[in-house]
Design a protein around this ligand. Sequence first.
Ligand SMILES: [Zn+2]
Length: 284
Amino acid sequence: MKKKNILYLLGSGRSGTTLLATILNSTNDISTTGELHQFYTYLQNKSSCSCGALLNECKFWRLVVKDMDLSKDEIQNFQKRQNNEEGHRYIPSIILGRKASEDYILSQENLFNSIENHTTKKWVLDSSKYIGRFLLLKQMPSLKLKGIYVIRDVRGVINSFNKQVQTPRKPISTILYYILTNCFGQLVCWMNKDVIKVKYEDFIDNPHEHVQRIYNILLDQNHNDDALNDVFQMPHIIGGNRLKSSKTIKIKKDTAWKTTISRPKQILYYLLCLPFMLLNRYKL
Ligand SMILES: [Zn+2]
């Protein structure tokens, strides 16, 4: 059987992954579906797609949901499997060889099969970011999995978590979370030739060049469009940040932290994440 092509975004939250995923969705061969680690939770809780409709009423997801034909018990069981196997606390045991359960594999094969039936593009983009999920999907022989590890200056991430979003975080908690997710993100990136790193700031400066790079290295093909647009249609996505309530989004560099965070704090946050700042050539 032909393998399913999955492109996966890794990294910490608030690193610009929703913007990156939306831009990639506007290209010829990539279809963005959002944070699929939340799919069964969305079904269970009757949450809405980014278009505002419930999953079983949304133009795209209702076809997928109908195709999957799941009972209430199956939804509940699959949701539980995801919660019990993908979380950050399971990353060490997965690295040490913990295998995905049969039900977990079934839940993901079901989902990806149905998504594939309703997209015409060659690659499905999952922007879950969870490293545990990436490692579990990597174990599945039916998937051809490639990763994009996104990193952003910790001060941009802190500022973004500080805004009124659905999951606000205090700076110190953001820093701990940032160190944890980027430790594993960087490790996975070093250990896998199928994972490339993209710096959020570089991507925003030159999205066209980075889309080319993603196509060349991960999709093993050229990106044929001459240039990218400035305005992008929001795809039907699960999860994601506040951008998703907009119908379209524009590429805009978010460097607000340079004015909203005081200079002493900027220096402190930088020093607390020093290895990542130096490794990724962020300036003080
Ligand atoms: Zn929708």
